[in-house]
Ligand binder design. Structure first.
Ligand code: SF4
Ligand code: SF4
Length: 384
């Protein structure tokens, strides 16, 4: 344990998890993808040897769980090698996949290489619903096939459902599907409005009535499925009373490594102006975790202002999400407007109610090179 340089009384524990975004390439184009608008291209991705060193450094630092994510990590031809290297240094490995481009044979090879767990994203429960979001024809049958393969191979798997106004009313069917396919866990995650989700917020925002119904279904499912299916859930911030303890606190338990080696405390932290994020090519993970300015910027409680500074919940939710405060208020050190104690909370709720009851605009789908187009559209709208 180390004392943080910002004078906070808390000590710094080692990170529990590392999210390795192996690539931003993906066969899907989900309009809520949390990847940045400026996606990293293939030629800037870390090589096998770089990732292997990162995993060894992570294990040495005290990381226990490695989440192999993307984009679609199966697009990396060296995925089996990476899993084997991670397993060799003692990391518990979880593969986060869309299942498009990953078949049963390759999953068996990954299991043999040391993979412990797989998380499969289901954009919806119908072929049309999955295609509306992911734009990959035939994707649902591939997801179902991979889920069955995971069960056959004895790999525990989680069904990840990202929920929004177009599929929230089918939450019962998501639960049934998880049970039918033998999932160990389901994640019912309402869209978080970062990255592409922020661009598409008005097209995705559910109504309060949808959310109230979701809560009732959730409460019943948690009661009735106890012992059969583990249920995790995320409520949309815009309708919350208190914010989520984002990433369990800034620089407190997770590190995220982007495909080009940039290390952040959260996958959305690139939206915060003025922070420079270190890269694994320049510094060891240990130095990044304990000493970098970026990881210490919002660590502990020393950076907080009122109302967080004197709030009894400050050690529970850590003032909410810094990225959301930066995006909505232009001030990363402000109280997350998702909190009812923020002076900006009411405006956030009104915005959600306004957007969710208006007809949904068309999606802006996630794709490489789209940032320039988005900027051009902004300038056109502003009459520039
Ligand atoms: S959210 Fe969709 S587009 Fe983004 S990485 Fe996952 S599957 Fe690909
Ligand atoms: S005031 Fe700050 S610490 Fe208190 S509940 Fe709101 S966000 Fe959390």
């Amino acid at each position: 344990m180390t004392q943080p340089p910002n004078g906070s009384p808390e000590s710094i524990e080692p990170p529990m998890g590392l999210l390795a975004e192996l690539t931003h390439r993906c066969p899907l184009q989900c309009p809520y993808c949390s990847n940045p608008l400026e996606l990293v291209r293939r030629e800037r991705e870390l090589e096998t040897a770089d990732w292997s060193r990162v995993f060894a450094e992570a294990a040495e630092l005290g990381v226990l769980q490695l989440h192999l994510s993307g984009g679609e990590p199966a697009l990396r031809p060296d995925l089996e090698t990476l899993v084997a290297r991670a397993a060799a240094v003692g990391l518990y490995t979880n593969l986060i996949t869309s299942a498009v481009g990953l078949d049963a044979d390759r999953l068996a090879r990954l299991r043999d290489a040391g993979l412990h767990h797989v998380q499969i994203s289901f954009q919806d429960v119908t072929p049309e619903g999955v295609e509306l979001i992911g734009r990959a024809p035939g994707a649902l049958s591939k997801k179902i096939a991979l889920a069955r393969a995971a069960v056959e191979l004895g790999l525990p798997w989680t069904l990840n459902a990202v929920l929004h106004r177009h599929n929230l009313d089918r939450v019962e069917r998501f639960l049934e599907l998880a049970l039918e396919l033998g999932a160990h866990r389901i994640e019912l995650a309402n869209v978080q409005y970062y990255g592409w989700g922020f661009v598409n917020r008005a097209a995705l925002m559910p109504t309060r009535a949808q959310l109230d119904r979701f809560r009732a279904v959730l409460e019943r499912a948690v009661r009735e499925l106890r012992g059969r299916l583990a249920i995790d859930y995320v409520i949309p911030d815009y309708y919350a009373r208190y914010p989520k303890p984002c990433m369990s606190g800034w620089g407190r338990s997770v590190m995220v490594v982007a495909p080009d080696g940039t290390v952040m405390p959260c996958h959305a932290a690139w939206v915060i102006p003025g922070l420079t994020f270190p890269r694994v090519q320049e510094q060891p993970l240990r130095a990044i975790w304990y000493e970098s300015a970026a990881f210490n910027a919002f660590r502990g409680t020393g950076w907080m202002r009122e109302p967080c500074r004197s709030c009894p919940r400050r050690e529970e939710d850590f003032g909410g999400c810094r990225c959301q405060a930066a995006m909505l208020l232009g001030d990363a050190a402000a109280t997350d407007p998702a909190c009812a104690l923020s002076p900006h909370h009411e405006a956030m709720v009104q915005l959600a109610e306004r957007e969710s009851t208006a007809p949904p605009p068309p999606f802006t789908y996630r794709r490489m090179g789209a940032r320039t187009t988005l900027r051009q559209r902004e300038l056109a709208a502003a009459g520039a």
